[in-house]
Design a binder for this molecule. Structure first.
Ligand SMILES: Cc1ncc(C[n+]2csc(CCOP(=O)(O)OP(=O)(O)O)c2C)c(N)n1
Length: 657
């Protein structure tokens, strides 16, 4: 192996050696503990240390790094205390996740390390968001993110590179090409010669680097970082290396030809570098054994602390940690009232939030000069500029991950889905990243996702869904679904103030058909408080969104029906107390929902009422909802699908029960 020391002084040469030796020795110890059954799983990075150590050494301490499952060297080079790391792997309380997640699945703001989620790809977009926040705040920083060559086949990789390219984001995309993705060799993963070639397609500068040569990694990355800090841009790096052990220890390496393993054994990054340092007399046997002894001692002392810690017994914070606790701030201003449409109220709430929060960034397809397909952000570019009102490429997953990155780097984001239906292309980062971060490692996702949704508009199966139930199912997400302009404005401002992820549903059928008197100043409304729109003793009607308007229409036609009509307004948190109070008074409950019946909110409201108010009920709870089909296009078919025409009959029959 050829080593060039130009620009690397002897102290740095030794420090790079020590930095590689530490993760190697920790790993060797972990492999012993694994065999003894003292830890549960291990993903080995043996043979790949030069990449994590070289890249981390080239970055400054305040620059974020997003490592993968084999990058122990990132954590050790950033001097994360070993007792905490060991406690993390043992699921102990003094780790980084209170025992809630394993291995390297955590981040720490203290060390500016943002760990992966198992799905590999999403962190590439998160790096984009972190880098975007740095650009917007005028920080001259680089963000480094890792992926394996297997992970480059995920859409997230392509989306993240493309976003970074069109937005000139200072991200160092580091591919560790270690020959195998689990058992899949590179020729079954991709067909270009080098993965760095992919940079060309995105207009990104890229390089192939010998990932086993610490000096090459360090000097190349250090000089690139210098240049990126002053001239922000993404750079794609492919580090050639090899995975010397199994994907994880249990799976072995039977499928790897032995000659490949021996060929790469000879290229071991630590052995070769040690020899080089000995030959050039930078280190000698004495120093080498001193280093080794120091690390050994550090490992055993740290292990003693971690093993000495009790297993987690306290489960009292499990529910409380799903969301970041935040105190609702009530703003009520006495200003002029204007009669406006739902779409205007949302636009106004968004505009006033932009004025209030300098750190709020809007992202979405065609939201800038064009104003969004529903014109919610019309005129925003003029008021706030293109840095904060950002047109995105068509890549929901990458942009939602980018929003997470903005939040990690202490900015706020609102992402507009062009239609709520398209959120399926960004489903993974929402339900796995945004929803779980606070519970896993105490990091909230300060992100609102606006969801223009709903049927009755003749737009067929992919532009009419009301897909709130995809999200109410997932702990860690708040779900808001206003039916009126006043609620929409006040709940949107609250959603933006809330540091947790919020799915904000906007029924597009109501955008331009629903008017209401709305205060023109900034105000907020609390989550988790349903509103009583009508009051009566005979029956309780629960609904939200367009369903509320159907219920009102029905009650107007049937003035003899004495009903409590409850508008849920937010689905998570859900105001069950108001429902219980009403049901205890009326003894009958009918729930109307626009979505198909099975697995929707109506089912859970029904179950909860049966469990908690059984002795007050005079009839079985009734649910009325759309058919169990996709939502159709033709008017007659859509009318048949939606529940409005069935509601009156069901209501009257329940009253007569
Ligand atoms: C979306 C997703 N699909 C599949 C997996 C299962 N899986 C975990 S790691 C891995 C291989 C990853 O290969 P690569 O990106 O090359 O990284 P390496 O493990 O080689 O370092 C697979 C298939 C996963 N975690 N996430």
């Amino acid at each position: 192996m050829q080593y060039t020391t130009t620009g690397v002084d002897p102290t740095t040469q030794i420090s790079l050696y020590k930095r590689m030796l530490r993760p190697r020795m920790i790993e060797e110890k972990m492999l012993v503990l694994l065999r003894q059954g003292k830890i549960s799983k291990w993903f080995s990075g043996i043979g790949q240390e030069a990449i994590a150590v070289g890249v981390t050494s080239a970055l400054k301490a305040d620059e974020y790094i997003l490592p993968m499952h084999r990058n122990l060297g990132v954590f050790t080079t950033r001097n994360v205390p070993l007792p905490r790391l060991f406690a993390q792997w043992q699921g102990k309380a003094s780790g980084f996740t209170k025992g809630r997640d394993r291995s390297f699945h955590f981040g720490t703001q203290e060390y500016k390390i943002i760990g992966m989620i198992s799905h590999l790809g999403p962190q590439l977009g998160v790096a984009d968001g972190i880098a975007l926040a740095d650009i917007l705040k005028g920080n001259k920083r680089v963000t480094a993110v890792f992926t394996g060559e297997g992970g480059t086949s995920e859409g997230d990789f392509h989306e993240a590179l493309n976003i970074a390219s069109v937005w000139d984001l200072p991200v160092l995309f580091c591919i560790e090409n270690n020959g195998y993705g689990l058992s899949t060799p590179t020729n079954e993963q991709y067909r270009c010669d080098n993965l760095s070639d992919k940079g060309v397609g995105y207009g990104i500068e890229s390089y192939t680097i010998d990932g086993n040569n610490i000096l090459e990694v360090f000097t190349k990355v250090a000089s690139l970082c210098e240049s990126i800090r002053t001239n922000p841009r993404p750079v794609l790096l492919e580090f050639k290396t090899f995975r010397m052990r199994g994907h994880e220890e249990a799976s072995g390496t039977k499928y790897v030809p032995s000659e490949l393993l021996s060929k790469w054994q000879e290229k071991d990054p630590i052995e070769n570098y040690r020899q080089f340092l000995m030959e050039t007399e930078i280190i000698d046997e004495e120093l080498q054994s001193e280093l080794q002894q120091d690390i050994e001692q550090e490992i055993s002392a740290s292990l003693k602390i971690a093993f000495g810690e009790n297993e987690i017994e306290d489960v009292s914070e499990e529910i409380g940690d799903v969301f970041k606790s935040s105190v609702y701030q009530h703003f009520k201003v006495n200003t002029e009232i204007k009669n406006i449409r739902l779409v205007d109220a949302i636009s106004e709430g968004l505009r006033q939030s932009m004025e209030r929060h300098d750190d709020l960034v809007l992202m979405g397809q065609d939201i800038a000069d064009y104003g969004g397909v529903f014109k919610v952000t019309e005129g925003f570019v003029g008021a706030f500029g293109k840095d904060r009102v950002r047109n995105t490429p068509i890549c929901e997953s990458g942009i939602i991950a980018t929003a997470m990155g903005l939040s990690i780097n202490r900015m706020k984001a609102v992402v507009e889905m062009q239609f709520a239906d398209f959120v399926s292309s960004g489903f993974n980062p929402i339900v796995n990243y945004l929803a779980k971060s606070h519970y896993r490692w105490n990091e909230p996702a300060d992100v609102v996702i606006r969801m223009p949704c709903g049927g009755g508009v003749g737009a067929g199966p992919f532009h009419s869904q009301t897909n709130e139930a995809w999200f109410t199912k997932t702990p860690g997400l708040k779900v808001v679904y206003p039916a009126f302009p006043y609620d929409a404005k006040g709940l949107l401002t609250t959603a933006i103030n809330d540091p947790n992820p919020v799915l904000f549903f906007e029924h597009k059928g109501l955008y331009r058909s629903t008017y209401q008197d709305v205060p023109s100043g900034y105000y907020t409304l609390p989550f988790g408080k349903a509103s009583f729109l009508r009051e009566g003793d005979a029956i309780t009607i629960v609904s939200y969104g367009l369903g509320i308007h159907w219920a009102l229409e029905t009650l107007d036609k049937q003035p003899q029906v004495q009903a409590d009509l409850i508008d849920l307004r937010t689905l998570m948190p859900l105001d069950m107390e108001s429902i219980y109070t009403s049901v205890k008074k009326t003894g009958k409950l009918i729930i109307l929902q626009e979505d198909s019946l099975f697995g929707g909110i109506a089912s859970d409201v029904s179950a909860l009422v049966m469990e908690n108010c059984f002795e007050y009920l005079d009839a079985p709870v009734r649910r009325v909802a759309s058919l169990e089909t996709p939502i159709p296009f033709a008017k007659n078919l859509e009318d048949n699908y939606l529940p409005i025409h069935r509601f009156q009959k069901e209501l009257l029959s329940l009253l007569a029960y």
